[in-house]
Design a protein around this ligand. Structure first.
Ligand SMILES: *Cc1c(COP(=O)(O)O)cnc(C)c1O
Length: 391
């Protein structure tokens, strides 16, 4: 748990304009109450199972395990099977219900690739809430399919023309909107980033991944896994898997970041590996920045990993050595998509493929007979255009 000001050691906190402090306090109090409320838990579980498709299977990947040799046993946590195709719905259902509880009739969100936008638009439609999603103009053109999906779901997509016209500019606009409309609007952040209590709250909603995994692996293997693998963008699917195993020191956590065109090229999103301590979007964490402290543009072939910041809890795990963070390149991730598709008949999202690419690389060095769980955070249909060009 972070301290009551939202710090994991020196990471996290609340770096926002005075006008937002009240909103964050209110959110923190409401969330605290909701967390203790059995009715809220029951409601959330209802939507998890009846609407989103939980629990997701923990699938033993027989061919993949055989292919990697060494007696490894690889299990896939199938978040790709959820409604809307990725883990992001776990968080938007949770925050959507919280908005209902706070009697706020309007949701806003920022989105880069549009995945979080679609998950938010879905929750808004489900709960009958109004919804506006901020999206960089550049991204609107790159992600036309998701823009259409959001509109069909009844959400307004607001183009952002400032800065690089991408995700971090959309974040800034969403924050500006929230400052003005905070009385009737809830801002849904899409990962374990942003000011307290978001990193804690989003983590809590995503820990359903790790809690289910624990139950399922104990049933299948009679013991805990040796390794957990997950890709890290903002860090929500990975923290969701890792956190319930935090106290089990023998379970090793491996977070895989986007190495883009290579770490030396500076065109990557390997924030935990290459970043320095700084403040972005309301919290202190590792951050890709230049000598003058200006935030660098991130790059990844996987739009969901293309963010120059990372959740504060990951920075803490790195500092205390609880997790190891590595990176694989765009090319390795693209090959990873082909690899999983052809060994298991599952086309993973490019984000998730980072984890498989690293698993393939490191498998010979993991030791004999290890049990490994990989978070398959999403499905790859959204990436078909990129994959078509590559293959
Ligand atoms: C958004 C996304 C990610 C990255 O976000 P995290 O918060 O790091 O989980 C990973 N995988 C998929 C499929 C995504 O859509």
């Amino acid at each position: 748990m972070p301290d009551n000001r939202g710090y994991f050691d020196v990471f996290g906190g609340k770096f926002v304009p005075e006008t937002l402090m009240h909103a964050l306090e209110e959110l923190q109090q409401e969330y605290k109450k909701a967390k203790r409320d059995k009715r809220f838990k029951k409601q959330l579980n209802y939507y998890f199972s009846e609407y989103a498709g939980r629990p997701t299977p923990l699938y033993f990947a027989r061919r993949l395990s055989k292919e990697l040799g060494n007696g490894l046993k690889i299990y896939l946590k199938r978040e790709d099977l959820l409604h809307t195709g990725a883990h992001k719905i776990n968080n938007t259902l949770g925050q959507g219900l919280l908005a209902l509880r706070m009697k706020k009739p309007r949701l806003i969100a920022e989105t880069g690739a549009g995945q979080h936008g679609v998950a938010t638009a879905t929750a808004a439609a489900l709960f009958g809430l109004e919804c506006d999603v901020y999206m960089g103009d550049e991204d609107i053109h790159r992600q036309a399919l998701n823009v259409s999906r959001m509109k069909l779901l009844g959400t307004r997509v607001i183009p952002v023309h400032s800065g690089s016209k991408t995700l971090k500019d959309a974040c800034n606009e969403a924050i500006r909107d929230w400052v003005t409309n905070v009385r009737h609007t809830h801002y849904i952040i899409g990962s374990v980033v942003g000011p307290h209590p978001y990193p804690l709250m989003v983590r809590d909603f995503q820990t359903v991944i790790g809690k289910e995994t624990k139950r399922q692996i104990l049933k299948k293997e009679g013991r805990l896994p040796d390794f957990l693998f997950a890709c890290v963008g903002g860090g929500s699917n990975s923290i969701g898997l890792f956190h319930p195993f935090f106290k089990h020191k023998r379970v090793k956590f491996i977070g895989i970041e986007a190495g883009g065109l290579g770490l030396a090229s500076h065109k990557h999103a390997a924030t935990l590996i290459e970043g320095k301590l700084g403040i972005l979007h309301g919290s202190r964490s590792y951050l890709l920045q230049d000598k003058d402290g200006q935030v660098n543009l991130a790059h990844s072939v996987a739009a969901g990993l293309d963010y120059p910041g990372v959740g504060p809890e990951h920075s803490y795990y790195k500092k205390i050595g609880r997790a190891v963070y590595v990176a694989v390149s765009d090319k390795e991730a693209l090959d990873g998509v082909g690899f999983l598709s052809q060994t298991e008949g599952i086309i993973p999202a490019l984000e998730s493929a980072h984890a498989f690419a690293y698993l393939k690389k490191v498998a010979p060095r993991l030791g004999k007979g290890k049990v490994i769980v990989v978070c398959l955070s999403g499905r790859g249909d959204k990436d078909i255009d990129i994959l078509k060009r590559y293959f």
